[in-house]
Design a protein. Structure first.
Length: 204
């Protein structure tokens, strides 16, 4: 498995922290947009798709991790889930109805029932390139990005996370329970799960 992250400007400090925490585990830390990539301004978070595709050139099993994360536990826990299921997703505690703008709603043709789909935390996503199910998800996610569904304001849309969650729920993909592998830490957060693999903390 390879851990991949893309960060620019002030987020590189978090990327450096993430890489250091991996203790030599295989990783791909991308610091600049590559030819053909849309910027975050042009299509928010589409760089995740591009970075994962780049990482597939190095390993079949890829784990995207946000720059806000750093390793504190046993990474093999997540890797084993990806190898078993073909993917890794963890519940975020949010619902599609609260974070989906009109363009994405129209693109997906959301029904009232689908408004209540639960979302997963797209700050960490594992994909096994050899899994047909995982790659079907990934291709639909990429198509949604190309259709402009990642675009939108933070006040009512969560870009890649909203789109990915709709696709995952429609496919019947399972989420890991929230806060089991990723734990937010810092003021205002409860004591983290001692079995967490990654901590999430703002970048100073």
């Amino acid at each position: 498995m390879i851990v991949v992250n893309f960060s620019t400007s002030q987020y590189r400090a978090g990327q450096d922290r993430l890489k250091a925490s991996l203790n030599g585990h295989r990783s791909l830390m991308i610091k600049n947009y590559l030819p053909g990539w849309k910027t975050h301004h042009e299509s928010p978070y589409e760089f995740k798709i591009n970075a994962i595709e780049k990482a597939f050139q190095h390993d079949n099993v890829v784990l995207w991790a946000d720059a806000s994360m750093y390793l504190v536990g046993d990474l093999s826990k997540i890797e084993n889930i990806i190898l078993q299921d073909g993917y890794f997703m963890e519940e975020s505690g949010h619902y599609v109805k609260d974070w989906c703008n009109d363009h994405a709603r129209k693109y997906f043709g959301l029904t009232d029932r689908e408004d209540h789909y639960t979302m997963f935390a797209a700050g960490m996503l594992g994909i096994d390139k050899r899994s047909p199910v995982a790659m079907s998800f990934f291709k639909q996610w990429k198509h949604a990005a190309k259709a402009g569904c990642f675009k939108g304001d933070w006040s009512d849309h969560r870009h890649d996370m909203t789109c990915a969650s709709i696709i995952a729920q429609r496919m019947g993909l399972k989420y890991q329970p929230g806060s089991t592998h990723m734990a937010y830490i810092g003021p205002g957060f409860s004591e983290p799960n001692p079995e967490a693999v990654f901590h999430l903390q703002g970048i100073a």
